[in-house]
Design a protein around this ligand. Sequence first.
Ligand code: G
Ligand code: G
Ligand code: MN
Ligand code: NA
Length: 250
Amino acid sequence: RLLERDLRFALERDEFEVYYQPIRDVEGDRVVAFEALARWNHALRGLIAPNNFIPVAEETGLIVPLGEIVLRKACMEATRWPADIAVAVNLSPVQFKNPNLVSSVKAALDASGLAADRLELEITESVLLQNSEATLAVLHELRGFGVRISLDDFGTGYSSLSYLRSFPFDKIKIDRSFVTDLATREDSMAIVRAVTGLGKSLGIVTTAEGVETDTQFDLLRQEGCTQAQGYLFSPPRPAADVIKMLHRMP
Ligand code: G
Ligand code: G
Ligand code: MN
Ligand code: NA
């Protein structure tokens, strides 16, 4: 099991790298954003996936410096892309307990020169469960200077529709678990149909995650889902491959 001191050491040695996965417009046949996903490039163990270190980073509070590194690297990297392409960065609920969250987002934008409207922050519903007054204030402040806010993993967890009333999200990300069974389960299809309909009615972009087959993609298009992301288009790849991914969209 990874320990706090391994993480501290890795932060000191700058062993965290950011991979990017394209998010495409369903109708427009083009990439509209990349999601930034952390990877630990461990000297001995090689590339370590986030499920193996994000939980420890959250327990120890080290997700705060780690999250800042990912944010800074992602904003910096995005300045090298065409100006109509956004970057999406995941925020842990633990980062919302840090009083400097807003200033560290501002600092990442300032240091990179990235326009605020090219940054999307992905939060999960659990963020809204914890002291929601303070959290909502932070979200409004971030949105106030132009950053977009996405509701990640929608449909898992407590998934209360009231969250969609408590904050004006820019985007809903439909959890992979519903997309996986899209062609084989009527109930998954019904849920995806309901969420895309909700998005349309509320004027919120919907992004389907975990799209792996042409059949899934066709069904999503048929339902009017706005954006799609998944292995069908590309797995997350290193920063150096971003331009290649832009030109290789099925
Ligand atoms: O990249 P991968 O699909 O293996 O990511 C697994 C999980 O780790 C996803 O839920 C993703 O949201 C999370 N994750 C990846 N990078 C980051 C990050 O920089 N910060 C936070 N908080 N979560 C991340
Ligand atoms: O929780 P979040 O949505 O932030 O996590 C995205 C995770 O989903 C990343 O770990 C990424 O590697 C993974 N992922 C992205 N596309 C696919 C896909 O098409 N299939 C599967 N199984 N996982 C995917
Ligand atoms: Mn995400
Ligand atoms: Na997700």
